[in-house]
Design a protein around this ligand. Structure first.
Ligand SMILES: Cc1ncc(COP(=O)(O)O)c(C=O)c1O
Length: 370
């Protein structure tokens, strides 16, 4: 299997720990165990025996995950190492060479890379800025052939932060149902909505061929735990669990214990409230900053996630711009190029407030020369 370079992740892996200010993250700045867990919790963590634990995730963790959704039982959940592993497993479980995948673009692009590597034909369905980063349902229908096996969406979307209206979710589901197509929704940003209202999950539409993948990295601010999950019907979960025997066997034992605590009702509500408050305060900073450029930066306000996806009018390539800001000012941004969309930059605004202000001042030093 020859797999293409996943440019966004590669660039982050190379540079995120080298720069002084990392604005390439799409979640809020993570806390530590001491910040977030009680003494009793810490004691429980320290006394956990480091066995393999439960390869599909402990019953307690799956129980707590099931409570996030209105219609899901613990047996419909497989715990994974990040939502990245959930996506990997979903694709390996369901798709093979010659299948067609309709893929929401722009997107995180992990699913596209894996699918192409195994010989799947990936057909983009574009979110359009003029449609408030939604897509045209007629276009979606026109892409379906008898080889279409799956429609994959990222909802809320990375990088635009857009959330689909319920009518669009229902319409996608009914198109998929009519054609016997699986819907895969990467919902890792669900819970990080700026208006404080959790958006609808595709799994709650009750269509039996829906898979939802999510995790603790973004809305909860715990990427270092590497906890994700995949949710779907029993037959899918059974196959996905056996696919996972080949990838990572089990989630980390300590991560499972901590995730179980985080997803207890009160803890979960506190973490989501913290995330939303950081996002709201920092988005204000982004807006005020962008306004100083008198139209040279434009963006549709994100509805979820810590990403401001801005179109710029300077006559310079986005990769060059990101490299210049990184090398001259030690600030890492994400280039639109890495999404196949030049003339955009993604600013991760979930970092600490003072760091965000300082990093934007440093970016000014480059932008003001253009
Ligand atoms: C849409 C989306 N899915 C999945 C991931 C992977 O996240 P993790 O494996 O940390 O849950 C990311 C990371 O940025 C993402 O943006």
């Amino acid at each position: 299997m020859k797999i293409e370079t996943f440019i966004l992740e590669r660039e982050q892996s190379l540079w995120e720990n080298e720069v002084k200010y990392n604005l390439s993250e799409s979640g809020v700045h993570p806390g530590s165990i001491n910040n977030h867990f009680s003494t009793q919790d810490i004691d429980d963590i320290l006394n956990t025996e480091l066995t393999y634990g439960f390869t599909r995730g402990s019953p307690e963790l799956r129980q707590n995950i099931s409570q996030i959704y209105s219609n899901i039982k613990p047996d419909n959940i497989l715990v994974t190492n990040g939502s990245a592993e959930a996506n990997f497993i979903s694709i390996l479980t369901h798709l093979s060479a010659g299948d067609e995948l309709i893929y929401m673009i722009p997107n995180y692009l992990q699913i596209q890379g894996i699918a192409r590597a195994i010989g799947v034909d990936v057909k983009p369905i574009w979110l359009k800025e003029k449609l408030n980063w939604n897509f045209d349902l007629n276009e979606l229908e026109s892409l379906i052939t008898n080889k279409t096996k799956m429609i994959a969406v990222c909802h809320p979307n990375n990088p635009t932060g857009s959330v689909l209206p319920d009518e669009q979710i229902n319409a996608i589901i009914s198109i998929a149902e009519k054609n016997g197509i699986i819907v895969l929704a990467d919902e890792v940003y669900r819970g990080a909505e700026l208006n404080g209202v959790e958006c609808s999950s595709f799994i709650e539409t009750e269509y039996e061929n829906v898979i939802v993948n999510s995790g603790l990295s973004k809305a909860y601010g715990f990427p270092g735990l590497r906890i994700g999950w995949t949710v779907g019907n029993s037959s899918y979960i059974h196959q996905a669990w056996s696919t996972k025997d080949y990838t990572s066997i089990a989630p980390g034992r300590l991560s499972d214990v901590m995730a179980t605590k985080i997803l207890n009702y009160d803890f979960r509500q506190n973490m989501l409230a913290r995330t939303r408050s950081v996002l709201r305060q920092n988005l204000d900073i982004m807006q005020v900053w962008a306004a100083t450029y008198n139209g040279q930066f434009n963006f549709i306000l994100p509805q979820a996630g810590a990403m401001a996806f801005m179109k710029y009018s300077f006559n310079v390539n986005s990769t060059e711009l990101v490299e210049r800001i990184r090398d001259e000012q030690s600030v890492l941004l994400v280039a639109g190029d890495w999404y196949g969309m030049d003339n955009y930059l993604r600013f991760g605004y979930g970092t600490k407030r003072n760091s965000l202000i300082k990093a934007l001042e440093l970016c000014d030093k480059v932008f003001k020369t253009l």
